[in-house]
Design a protein around this ligand. Structure first.
Ligand code: NAD
Length: 260
């Protein structure tokens, strides 16, 4: 049902973004990929996506911490496919330290990539969506947009902010065909989380498997990771007509994390 539509997924060379890009492509959308990585691997991702789902893809390497590169990415998407119908703000980074030890440049980078970039893509995507009177903006927040954890000040602040931006975007467009919602995952086993698993294994001198179990046991009652495929299915649902009155929500998929 998304055939002919174009989805830009920021940070889609890995993890959740890649999973969501594949789910949207499976529903027929052309994909603009973005994110860092080995050029050959990114080309392979594009080729597989095109062949498996019979869609068109493009790639732009914008650094989402830089406003000028984000503007170039949006211009590239318009030049390639006419405009962005579905915007998935997914690029994100993490850094873990107590506030008094938190490197200032890490704070700035997390706020820039995890929050400010979403303002830039949204402001640049809206005029085309308004012209079409249809659009879907999906912000990858986190359960950390709803509750905090120690040592994640910048991430928690950015994700709480992103849920605020989601609500404002939804309200400003409430009487149009453009919806904006946030997805709030708990632990998903991606490279971003694997780093935290590795740190835990080293700190406690335990195996990788034991470190995964420990992380889950602390926060995620299901004891299982959320998968990128499950998040992709939710993103596709947000794009459907059935979801057209879902506006400004922060939707958890967290194995029960925020229910505690
Ligand atoms: P990941 O590290 O696997 O992927 C991050 C993607 O963003 C990669 O494609 C990377 O190249 C890209 N990226 C990083 N910095 C960038 C920059 N400056 N410019 C452009 N692209 C950049 O991480 P992930 O776990 O898939 O996370 C994706 C999103 O989901 C993030 O916003 C993250 O905060 C959120 N999230 C993740 C989890 C989890 O448990 N993994 C939970 C909740 C929310």
């Amino acid at each position: 049902f998304l055939r002919g539509k174009t989805a830009l997924v920021t940070g889609s060379t890995s993890g959740i973004g890649l999973g969501i890009a594949h789910s949207l492509a499976a529903a027929g959308a052309n994909i603009v990929f973005n994110g860092f990585g080995d050029p050959d691997e990114i080309q392979a991702i594009q080729k597989t996506t095109e062949e498996k789902f019979s869609v068109k893809t493009a790639y732009h390497n914008a650094d989402m911490s830089k406003a000028s590169e984000i503007a170039a990415l949006m211009a590239f998407a318009s030049a390639t496919f006419g405009g962005v119908d579905i915007l998935v703000n997914n690029a994100g980074i993490q850094y873990v330290a107590n506030i008094e030890d938190f490197p200032v440049e890490k704070w700035d980078a997390i706020i820039a990539i995890n929050l400010t970039s979403c303002f830039h893509t949204t402001r640049l995507a809206l005029p085309y969506m308004k012209e079409k009177n249809w659009g879907r903006i999906i912000n990858l927040a986190s359960v950390h947009g709803l509750v905090a954890s120690a040592q994640k000040s910048a991430y928690v602040a950015a994700k709480h902010g992103l849920i605020g931006l989601t609500k404002t975007t939804a309200l400003e467009n409430a009487q149009t065909g453009i919806t904006c919602n946030a997805i709030c995952p708990g632990w998903v086993l991606t490279p971003l989380v694997q780093k935290q698993v590795d740190a835990r294994a080293e700190r406690d001198n335990i195996s990788n498997e034991a470190a995964k179990k420990a992380l889950l046991a602390e926060k995620q009652p299901s004891g299982e990771f959320v998968t990128p495929e499950q998040l992709g299915a939710l993103a596709v649902f947000f794009c459907s007509d059935s979801a057209s009155q879902i506006r400004g929500v922060a939707w958890n998929m967290d194995g029960g994390w925020a229910a505690q």
